[in-house]
Write a protein that binds this ligand. Sequence first.
Ligand code: S3P
Length: 188
Amino acid sequence: MNKDALVQDIRASLDRPVTLVGLMGSGKTRLGRMLASVLDLEFVDTDQRVEAEAGCTISQIFEQSGEKVFRDHETRVVAGLLAPVMATPCIVSTGGGAVMRPENAALIFGHTVSVWLKTDISILLDRLEHVRNRPLLKNTDPAETLMAMAKQRYPLYEKADIIRETGQDTPQQILDSLLVSIAEKVKK
Ligand code: S3P
């Protein structure tokens, strides 16, 4: 099926948000924006929404108030976007740890089309090498931290409707295959 037909099929059948989950650096925001653009849907990044509502950066929230306050805020944002009464089709990129709160996981995996972007840790390390806005990597061995996160989080990410191993594929290749998978998932 050609891309226009896939897009039309998805737009005709999608009745809930599409959410992207995965470890930091896996490309959720980039792919989310691309999906939203091709499907002509609103794009929301939960981290950006938390920052806009808090009026400061995630690093500042971690520094000034700690992780729990960040997670509480993130949970309110996820509920506001994904609780079935308000949820309309849109594309939501979630922070890598959002699935750790059971109430978030219940919404993401129970009420949306969920997509796990599964990326090798070696690739994530390359991408995150010069990035400074991930407080959980600050003052740690990034490889160890990411491996510990993978151990904790993979069993949750595995609940996603669609699992896309990203490997060295380009964003465009990933986008094209996600359109096929999403169309398949929402087909009536
Ligand atoms: C986090 C991931 C970040 C952000 C925060 C915590 C995590 O989002 O929510 O720094 O626990 O993995 P990204 O996955 O978009 O980097």
